[in-house]
Design a protein around this ligand. Structure first.
Ligand code: ZN
Length: 279
């Protein structure tokens, strides 16, 4: 199976290069078709939508799209050649606070501020980050913060993503992050609803035999970038589309302590500059 992602990002288009994923998948499928009978293989190219939100591959897997497959492969463009992306577990979810409207100046004492609940949750999550594992990530946006500055916000919403090394780690982290949102509800009196946006993605297991063959197969392809394999990744930091670099003397991008993005990368993934000419 060769997976063809193709989804763009809201507002910044193909800043993750999924258009390139689709093109390379089709190219690989056409190339394999020429030799599939000779090798006794069945090669399928499958379009995999909803990879920037929606958990598309999870639904495809559950509905049998990968039944009988021995191997699934995909390429993803990026600023280095990496054979074994450490892809960790991830889940998206929405939160909604419901408070009570009131005039923000004349009767603020009668309001229950759902925007304040998000603020409390955001502060709690910010403090929690100090105590998360090095591969854990929590990030989100406020999708509805209120309706007018003179109305105490009664309805607010946010979308968040959490990531951790394994599904079990993710579940532990999810409980800790949810307590931050509960803190917002407790402090303000607003009601909290947590709505899963996708089922959780599990961490990915690479096929070691296939991965060992990749550097040899690309031997004739000129690239200024090194091939990085899993053994040089001390810290798994990826889940779907999130980027960090390993500390490694053999990696041309040196990373200071921690997981800061390398400063030499001028065009990170999910930046509009990658929207045209991503390769
Ligand atoms: Zn991506």
């Amino acid at each position: 199976m060769i997976c063809a992602e193709y989804e763009a990002l809201p507002g910044i288009g193909h800043a993750c290069g999924h258009n390139v994923i689709a093109a390379t998948a089709v190219g690989a499928g056409v190339a394999h078709a020429a030799v599939a009978d000779e090798l006794g293989l069945t090669v399928r190219v499958i379009g995999t939508p909803a990879e920037e939100g929606g958990g598309g591959k999870i639904l495809l897997l559950e509905r049998g799209a990968f039944d009988g497959a021995h191997l699934a492969m995909m390429t993803h463009p990026g600023p280095a050649d990496i054979v074994e992306w450490p892809i960790i577990a991830a889940q998206q979810f929405r939160v909604r606070y419901t408070g009570k409207e009131a005039h923000a100046a004349s009767h603020p004492q009668l309001g229950v501020n759902a925007a304040d609940a998000l603020t409390v949750a955001g502060v709690a999550i910010g403090l929690l980050r100090q105590h998360l594992g090095v591969s854990d990530r929590v990030h989100g946006i406020i999708t509805h913060g209120g309706d007018a500055p003179n109305i105490v916000p009664a309805h607010t919403e946010a979308e968040y993503t959490i990531r951790s090394t394994t599904l079990a780690d993710l579940e532990t982290m999810r409980e800790r992050v949810l307590r931050c949102f509960q803190a917002g509800a407790l402090a303000t009196g607003a009601a909290l609803d947590v709505l899963p946006r996708t089922k959780p993605y599990a961490q990915m297991h690479h096929g070691p035999e296939i991965c060992r063959g990749v550097p040899a197969q690309r031997g004739g392809i000129r690239s200024p970038l090194r091939v990085v394999t899993r053994t040089r990744w001390p810290r798994p930091t990826w889940a779907t589309c999130r980027w960090s670099f390993p500390q490694s003397p053999r990696n041309r991008y040196r990373v200071p302590a921690g997981c800061q993005p390398p400063t030499r990368i001028r065009r990170p993934l999910h930046h509009p500059s990658r929207g045209s000419g991503t390769a």
